[in-house]
Design a protein around this ligand. Structure first.
Ligand code: RB5
Length: 148
């Protein structure tokens, strides 16, 4: 599985931790930056990684900022992206099982690195449950088609 990573300056350190964590477990990574703690604007970074997921270059994305909220809002502007900001493993599992989320967002100022890596593991290992949830995803797609 190829995973797109991106962060702003607030999320940079956690992105680096996640990159090493995922590489050690055999995941392919595409790192869209940022590459230092110099201030940047989170929409620029989040949009690059989300585009890679939207276009199928990467299977999943993980985005980092101070709260996980700004990058989630940005990613969800792209058609076909279902980004979930998660602060616990239960939500991460449900985001995959029920919502078929293709992007996870994490807040560096909210979630510590140990829990963040657990959330990432759960997010990447949990399949979409399909069934009754599929019709709901179709309704999200229908809304996207109406809006754009
Ligand atoms: C940067 O200070 C901060 O605003 C950003 O990382 C993020 O939390 C926005 O949602």
């Amino acid at each position: 599985m190829k995973v797109a990573l991106a962060a702003d300056h607030a999320g940079f350190a956690l992105k680096e931790t996640a990159r090493e964590f995922l590489q050690a477990r055999g995941f392919l990574i595409k790192d869209f930056g940022t590459y230092s703690e110099d201030p940047v604007d989170y929409p620029d970074l989040a949009a690059r990684a989300a585009r890679a997921v939207q276009q199928g270059e990467c299977t999943r994305g993980i985005l980092f900022c101070g709260t996980g909220v700004g990058v989630a809002i940005t990613a969800n502007k792209l058609k076909g992206i279902r980004a979930a900001c998660c602060t616990d493993c239960y939500t991460a599992a449900c985001a995959r099982e029920h919502n078929d989320a293709n992007i996870l967002t994490l807040g560096t100022r909210v979630t510590g690195p140990g829990l963040a890596m657990r959330i990432i593991e759960v997010f990447l290992q949990t399949p979409f449950a399909g069934g009754r949830h599929l019709a709901r995803i179709e309704k999200i797609r229908a809304l996207e088609d109406k809006e754009r």
